[in-house]
Design a protein around this ligand. Sequence first.
Ligand SMILES: Cc1ncc(COP(=O)(O)O)c(C=O)c1O
Length: 403
Amino acid sequence: MESGLRCDFPILARTLYNKYPLVYLDNAATTQKPRMVVEAMRNEYYNVNANVHRGVHFLSQQATDLQEAGRETVRRFLNARSTSEIIFTRGTTESINLVASSFGQAFMHEGDEVIVSEMEHHSNIVPWQLLRERLGIGLRVIPITDDGHLQMEAYEQLFTEHTRLVSVTHVSNVLGTINPVQDIIRIAHAHGVPVLIDGAQSAPHMTVDVQAMDCDFFAFSGHKIYGPTGIGVLYGKENWLEQMPPYMGGGEMIKSVSFDRTTFNDLPYKFEAGTPDYVAVTGLAKALDYVTALGMDRIRDYEHELTQYALQRLGEIPGMRIFGPRQEREAVISFLVGHIHHLDMGTLLDRLGIAVRTGHHCAEPLMHRLGIEGTVRASFSFYNTREEVDALVDGIFRVMKMF
Ligand SMILES: Cc1ncc(COP(=O)(O)O)c(C=O)c1O
């Protein structure tokens, strides 16, 4: 990518421990924010701020227009059919909880089943377990192969007459596996079962077209796609959303309220109780405009090439164990080196200015499947460079010398 692009991200110019230039390789946890995102939010607070959808006054109208323009930007980004299908949430976690709670209430009963996979983030496991406690539903789990792919034949065997929903991640936040979501959805639909796609790790890295994918729900987080924290999106097909009860009650999600009876607002507002984080919506929209202008296909190609380079360089390290697929994978590499504990490796790399994540990455069942406690994880963005990959490899060699 263009070298000047890093200047859009002031934090990338930081030096750590008075010595080391920051090498930020924790993008799967959260991405850094370009100036224009922060500036747009600052501008809104300084010049526009007012509560949305409530006031007749100028500022309130302007803030509402910004929020709704942001919704249209998200619609375009996902190629959803209508802005009624775009619900703002606090992030992927809340989006999945919303579906679990609301879809669960509308369509699930004791004995019904949800299919998830062995590589899910906790946020796509625990909401279903909470529903299991509430309704007595069952959870069925798609197993993975040793190299981190879903076992598609086993998946097909999991369907029963009780299956009500499939909820799987598009991209694994640990293995980088890109799941064949189109096949997953086609098979589920052949059984008359809708599908939720956890897009937390895919939306930042590839073109997402929810109509072409034909998913029923799609969730992603703003902060993982260069936007602010505290804002995320749930896309849902109108047909499902219409039939689902509200997730939370409060202001904005109602048409009329009396002590006897309350009627609910139209989509998408039915699912947006209370004052939304409208400033974060503006930030998210700016971030989506930013990556769209760069080109999602260019981002994917660049990150793919960088990840392949990283796989090759890391492969030169004796005792290196890399988890997940070799070829078709997203910009995430989880690894262990010899007997060095992941926490030691992460802590010592940090002392060299290199930010990686360590631990179970909110995917404990996957760690159990792999027979490990945790990994070191390097995850890349379009603003990372080959020099940073080299710095990581040099850093690992330096750490190895200490053991
Ligand atoms: C695959 C996946 N799903 C869900 C989440 C949860 O995202 P958030 O914490 O932004 O709600 C993450 C975050 O790491 C993730 O990687």
